[in-house]
Design a protein around this ligand. Structure first.
Ligand SMILES: C[C@H](O)CC(=O)SCCNC(=O)CCNC(=O)[C@H](O)C(C)(C)COP(=O)(O)OP(=O)(O)OC[C@H]1O[C@@H](n2cnc3c(N)ncnc32)[C@H](O)[C@@H]1OP(=O)(O)O
Length: 645
């Protein structure tokens, strides 16, 4: 690859030197490129036949910014000198202050350091559709080559505007100041936030590299027409995502009323996207024109994929799949959006197990970016590849996972809700738990999330989780009590919070009656008195069991690599990206500490069993905390290393 990384210069008879950055796929500024730019610029300044310089990028892309792989190297070694000086030596001295005019010819994209290079030029010409931006903050750093973000902060807005819009020479004193800017940039590169965000950047791109699927010379087949079965919340969201990406959709329902309701939901989803500014009215109309409603299977004879999104009833799904096998063409992929049911059970009554696959979307499906692609031992690599391709086409991040209860995300995070219920049972305030968890960086706490998701989901999965997770399942009747007390969460405006139209959710003090009843039933408060815990204890008692489960998920190969779970946790659960994802975060804390805390809680609960003043009913609580007997937690770091990121 090193040969492909180069900067070329061609000088025309008109005296214009065209300097081209060549580093596919996005012409990132690798140190070789930066060195090449310095050399070509110096040469151009020296040569008498060069009158002016045009700076551009090869392959229709100007430049995607500084090479992020270098940050990874810096994070590994702590050696900031791996990052060459660009802001002063190249941009200020050679380009901006150079004696010959430079013009940036921008096509495709000019991002981060790439855009900053263009600011060093004396003029910029761009094709209208080019993407311009300074996305450095998403990597935990500030623009380091003299970008608009840092100039206003360091030299004041008027001076920054003057320098950028008038391409004015800078003084030596100012140059020194700009050098100090570069120092801030280098300090930020070494910050934990930058390490986490750079990890997440590469982890996100790695999810679509699936051994045995994407490296075996298979070609994705064209998916032109998709049928969605079920026009409820999930089905209409999935249909919306497909329509927006110009795919024809047949929406099938069981009766005209349900079909009309589904079509209305899709129209409302599309209108919502227009209101948010992410879709034009024309594109909305085009999307609606690609939608066809159906009450039978007559339109299924030429579909390339079916996504079933009906209620979670095994016999219903089984009968749908045996119908599909008869009415769809043999190449058609048969996907289910189930979030809990074993795929082998769904396809039990068919002979098409090789094309049965899980397409687990997260609600609202047209907005949430994660797509869990669930494969069984029988799913063919071709079907997986096709669904990965569809996922990318509809702008989702596909993560390929194995077939188990809850798949990767819900399985890993089942202790998240249970941990919060356990804490409430031992006397911790609901709203305090939510505050601690949102301060950590989750979009909302577990109780507000439960209100939002609706209690129906929690009740539906309760028995399934109990059966699958055995003694580490915490049996809580909090949601049952909430429902018995007329609370349904956000859907009826009354959950742990009160929901008023247009207003923010407000903690509902009257929920305390339900909490008291729950604590009376749970009998886990020692001597009937609330336990005292720090915020850190609360955080750890919720997240460490989640990490524990993540280790099982990795060890059972439900995910291909640890970093897939990082991305799934960020995009599926809203785990803070700036912490790099669940496993990356756990790794920064260290397996020994997490292991010791889980062991300690297990012991405390165990001891209390023999201690009359201790917890009254402890067995399930003890099991909930018990770290996996294989001491899998010790492996966190090793598994992260295996991910190859
Ligand atoms: C000093 C400066 O101020 C600091 C900086 O410049 S920091 C860098 C700022 N630039 C960025 O953050 C841009 C990051 N890149 C992106 O947002 C997107 O990759 C993009 C919009 C350029 C292209 O998106 P898309 O077409 O969907 O392709 P995508 O899959 O993301 O990337 C294609 C490949 O290019 C790589 N790539 C993209 N930008 C890169 C970069 N800046 N450095 C190194 N590799 C990069 C990706 O890792 C991926 O590699 P892979 O094929 O091996 O997985």
């Amino acid at each position: 690859m090193a040969g492909a990384i180069r900067v070329t210069m061609e000088v025309g008879a008109d005296g214009v030197a065209v300097v081209t950055i060549c580093n596919p796929p996005v012409n990132a500024l690798h140190p070789i490129i930066i060195q090449g730019l310095k050399e070509k610029y110096a040469e151009a300044m020296d040569r008498d036949d060069v009158k002016a310089i045009v700076l551009t990028g090869a392959g229709g892309k100007f430049c995607g910014g500084f090479d992020i792989n270098v940050f990874t190297e810096v994070h590994k070694t702590g050696n900031v000198s791996l990052m060459p000086d660009v802001s002063v030596e190249l941009v200020s001295n050679l380009m901006e202050a150079g004696k010959k005019p430079s013009v940036a010819a921008i096509q495709g994209l000019a991002l981060g350091g790439g855009l900053e290079l263009t600011m060093g030029c004396h003029a910029r010409i761009s094709t209208p559709e080019a993407q311009l931006g300074l996305p450095e903050l998403t990597l935990g750093i500030i623009p380091g080559f003299g970008g608009t973000q840092r100039l206003p902060r360091l030299v004041g807005l008027p001076k920054a505007i003057e320098m950028m819009l008038q391409s004015k020479f800078i003084t030596a004193k100012e140059g020194k100041e700009r050098g100090l800017e570069a120092k801030v940039f280098k300090e930020l590169v070494l910050s934990p936030t930058s390490k986490a965000l750079v990890h997440a950047f590469f982890a996100q791109r790695l999810t679509t590299k699936v051994p045995g699927v994407t490296d075996v010379q298979l070609k994705p087949r064209k998916i032109r027409k998709v049928a969605v079965i079920g026009g409820g919340l999930m089905g209409s969201g999935i249909a919306t995502a497909l329509l927006v990406s110009n795919t024809s959709v047949v929406l099938k329902e069981v009766n005209p009323q349900f079909l009309q309701r589904g079509q209305k939901m899709i129209a409302a989803n599309l209108e919502g996207l227009v209101k948010r500014g992410s879709l034009t009215k024309d594109k909305m109309n085009k999307a609606m024109s690609l939608l066809k409603g159906a009450l039978d299977y007559s339109d299924f004879k030429d579909v390339d994929m079916v996504i079933e999104a009906v209620i979670e009833k095994i016999p219903l799904k089984q009968s749908i799949f045996s119908d599909l096998e008869k009415v769809c063409p043999p190449h058609c992929i048969l996907a289910t959006n189930t979030s809990t049911i074993d795929l082998n059970v769904v396809g039990e009554k068919t002979n098409s197990q090789d094309r049965i696959i899980g397409a687990h979307f997260f609600s609202p499906a047209h907005i949430m970016p994660l797509l869990e692609i669930v494969r069984t031992e029988k799913t063919s690599p071709q079907a997986i590849l096709d669904l990965i391709t569809v996922g990318k086409m509809i702008k989702k991040v596909p993560v390929v996972v194995g077939n188990c209860t809850g798949f990767a995300v819900n399985r890993t995070f089942f202790p998240y809700t249970q941990g919060s219920h356990l804490l409430v049972s031992i006397g911790i305030d609901v709203f305090r738990i939510d505050r601690v968890i949102s301060s950590f960086g989750m979009p909302m706490g577990p109780f507000q999330l439960q209100d939002l998701a609706g209690y129906g989901v929690a009740l539906a999965v309760k028995d399934i989780y109990a059966a699958a997770f055995g003694t580490r399942n915490l049996d809580s009747n909090l949601v049952d009590l909430m429902v018995q007390n007329g609370r349904q969460g956000k859907s009826n405006g009354k959950g742990y919070y009160i929901y008023e139209k247009g207003g923010k959710p407000k903690p509902d003090p009257s929920v305390q009656v339900v909490i008291d009843e729950y604590r009376r039933c749970a009998k886990t408060m020692p001597g009937g008195k609330p336990v005292t815990l720090s915020d850190q204890d609360i955080l750890e008692m919720i997240f460490f069991p989640v990490v524990n489960e993540a280790c099982r998920v990795m060890d059972e190969n439900v995910v291909i690599r640890a970093s897939d779970l990082d991305i799934a946790s960020i995009l599926g659960m809203g785990f803070p990206r700036f912490r790099g994802g669940l496993v990356f975060w756990a790794d920064t804390i260290g397996a020994p500490y997490i292991h010791s805390k889980l062991s300690k809680w297990t012991e405390i609960y165990e001891r209390t069993k023999h201690n009359p003043a201790g917890f009254v009913e402890v067995t399930h609580v003890r099991c909930y905390f018990r770290c996996w007997q294989n001491n899998c937690l010790i492996c966190i770091g090793t598994l992260v290393d295996l991910s190859g990121t």
